[in-house]
Design a protein around this ligand. Structure first.
Ligand code: KG4
Ligand code: ZN
Length: 323
């Protein structure tokens, strides 16, 4: 059974093909260079670029898998959350394909896609899922597919966003996560950063204090590698402390870590030492992509969820608990 998954929620055009739950093709066309000069994603530019890239990417994905469009059994796309103009491109394209091919269509929540990317076959809920990306830092209790309880979220910046901003302060490129990670590896010693929200009641996250601290240290002219290492250590310690507190309080022993930040090796090491059973997405599936959307649709199909009506629109705002 072949599933086509499309994600155009932000500035990456993602097209994936999944066969019986296995990722066969996963193509991502990044718009990073396009938006670079503006210092952030320009929504209208992103939409136009998706329009140009998407048909070509779908054609290429099908060619790589040796498929014709009518070989597809299911079509899925990200319905939200994200930039509405960007979402609409992939979502409408996918609905058009499903209609023309007379195949079921699945409207997928972007974060369910991230979670599906880290969710190994055979693992049954409940478990915890941390989604840490450029736009989200959310901790969920996954009670079942389609049943999520939000335990905590960031009060300010997302984890990936903090990496990106600190990278910029350090004069590094975008996306900042991998750059900060590389620079941190060059440092012998870390400049200590205070770990945010220690001793809090709930399971919230906060990264803006770390960013401000980094700014002050850069202004003082302190060594950049030690600074990068200190920031990274505190960010990871913060994520780990909140998640471990939630694991202790809820009794869950299984954790999925998903989203772009899950690719960070120091973070992976930290969570592996935590005494929980931890799963990360395979290489290439942590950042935004289409295969994760196909994986989520495949799970929904197998789980007996009905396909989505083609009359359902895309939406910029959509809590995962309502997916
Ligand atoms: O999931 P993703 O591709 O897009 C969003 O949905 O936002 O996540 C991108 C974010 C960026 O902020 C990027 O800096 C961060 O993930 N990231 C990392 C690493 N690789 C990507 N952060 C820390 N360490 C990394 N190795
Ligand atoms: Zn994402």
């Amino acid at each position: 059974m072949w599933v086509l998954g499309i994600d155009t929620s932000c500035d990456d055009t993602g097209v994936g093909l999944v066969r019986d739950g296995e990722v066969v093709v996963n193509l991502v066309a990044s718009q990073v260079r396009l938006h670079e000069a503006f210092g952030g994603v320009v929504p209208e530019l992103a939409s136009r670029e998706h329009l140009k890239a998407l048909p070509l990417l779908v054609e290429r994905a099908l060619a790589e898998a040796g498929l014709r469009p009518k070989d597809l059994d299911l079509v899925a796309a990200t319905r939200g959350p994200g930039l509405i103009g960007a979402l609409l491109v992939g979502y409408t394209f996918a609905k058009g394909m499903a209609f023309a091919l007379e195949r079921p269509f699945y409207a997928i929540h972007h974060l369910e896609g991230h979670i599906a990317a880290a969710w190994p076959e055979g693992l049954t809920p409940p478990f915890l899922a941390l989604v840490a990306s450029g736009g989200h830092t959310h901790l969920y209790e996954v009670l079942d597919l389609g049943r999520y309880r939000l335990l905590g979220a960031t009060r300010d910046d997302a984890a990936g966003e903090a990496f990106d901003k600190v990278a910029r302060l350090l004069g590094l490129g975008f996306p900042g996560g991998p750059e900060v990670e590389r620079l941190a590896e060059e440092a012998e010693e870390a400049i200590p950063f205070p770990v945010p929200l220690r001793g809090q009641e709930g399971y919230d996250f906060s990264f803006s204090g770390l960013k401000t601290k980094a700014l002050h240290l850069v202004e003082k002219g302190l060594p950049k590698a030690a600074l990068a290492k200190g920031f990274q250590e505190a960010a990871i310690a913060h994520l780990a402390e909140v998640v471990l507190k939630a694991a202790k309080d809820t009794g869950h022993r299984v954790l999925l870590v998903a989203g772009g930040v899950a690719a960070n090796r120091a973070l992976q090491e930290r969570f592996k030492e935590a005494g929980l059973k931890v799963y990360f997405p395979p290489k290439g599936l942590s950042q935004d992509n289409g295969a994760m959307i196909a994986l989520a649709a495949w799970r929904r199909y197998k789980g007996g969820f009905p396909p989505s009506p083609l009359s359902l629109g895309a939406t910029a705002y959509w809590p995962l608990e309502e997916a």
